[in-house]
Write a protein that binds this ligand. Structure first.
Ligand code: PXP
Length: 300
């Protein structure tokens, strides 16, 4: 089972909002998150992530609803733990919901959810969503108490926050990888699907290959940035190509517990999706001139 790629397309909406924030629904409002979703599918994305923030700074409710209705990829809805977002999730019915902390001041999600400190609220949100058939992931720092609380909350998945790893000075990076590896082992032992995300890019990704049990990586910023050079479809394809190096043995060890995941099912039927006319149209739309792949340093 290959490592799965969830593509976060929030930044497509960030750019649109910079110009069309007052009228994101206008026919000429560009770039379109919906078109980006098709382009990501054409590049081999295994799922899409959209985060409708309470301040609606990038994705709008209508974006999420259209992508859900029209694009045949599993949808991961990133959301704050609020009544408003739970109601939207129940309307949207994504395949997954990833619960994240959210504060207005932050530029992007900056820390993991404090499941230990907000246990009752988190547990109630998990139950509400999973009762509606939405598999829940908790975005947490790679700390044992948070992993343990995540398992107790009833959530089926965790997404390990890789931001500290991504921002670490060279001298601290091994320690951050060790933290991630320990948390991944603890998560897998607790029966959780282990995903990871935040700050992963084309250069640092290979350093994660010593972290066991990873099932899916969620990546946004670096793919959208790379898309400015090569187009989104190609940027996704390049990231997927790098991810093919993830040791099969690490992915295989958690295979049995995740075989019911929609992303896993979609990955195995990828060939039929990629033959659809809409995907063919999306591929040709984004066949922007090829530029060389970024220099990827060898794994440590
Ligand atoms: N995972 C979560 C929970 C996020 O909030 C984000 C975006 O901030 C990402 C993954 C993707 O992070 P990045 O854009 O740095 O790849």
């Amino acid at each position: 089972m290959p490592l799965l790629l969830g593509v976060n397309i929030d930044h497509i909406a960030t750019l649109r909002q910079a110009r069309y924030g007052r009228n994101p629904e206008a026919a000429h409002a560009e770039p379109s998150p919906l078109v980006a979703a098709w382009d990501a599918l054409a590049g081999g994305a295994d799922s899409l992530t959209v985060h409708v923030r309470s301040d609606r700074r990038h994705m709008q409710d209508a974006d999420a609803l259209r992508i859900r209705a029209e694009v045949p990829l599993p949808l991961n809805f990133e959301m704050g733990v609020t009544a408003e977002m739970i109601a939207l999730a129940l309307e949207l019915k994504p395949d997954f919901a990833c619960l994240v902390p959210e504060s207005r001041e932050e530029l992007t999600t900056e820390g993991g959810l404090d499941v230990v400190g907000r246990f009752a609220q988190t547990q109630a949100a998990v139950a509400r969503l999973q009762d509606a058939g939405i598999r829940v992931s908790l975005f947490i720092d790679p700390d044992p108490p948070q992993v343990e609380a995540a398992a107790r909350s009833g959530a089926r998945m965790i997404e390990l926050h890789t931001g500290c790893f991504a921002n670490a000075a060279d001298s601290d990076r091994e320690a951050e990888i060790a933290r991630l590896a320990a948390a991944a082992r603890a998560g897998q032992q607790a029966g959780l699907q282990v995903n990871a995300g935040h700050g992963i890019n084309y250069e640092n990704i290979a350093r994660l290959w010593t972290v066991p049990h990873l099932v899916e990586l969620n990546i946004g910023h670096s793919i959208v940035a790379r898309a400015l050079r090569v187009g989104l479809t190609q940027a996704v394809r390049e990231m997927k190509n790098l991810m093919a190096a993830y040791p099969a043995v690490a992915a295989a060890s958690s295979r049995s517990s995740i075989s019911d995941s929609p992303a896993v099912a979609a990955a195995s039927s990828r060939s039929s999706i990629s033959e659809s006319p809409a995907v063919a149209a999306a591929s040709s739309r984004s066949s922007i001139s090829e530029s060389p792949a970024p220099n990827i340093p060898p794994p440590p």
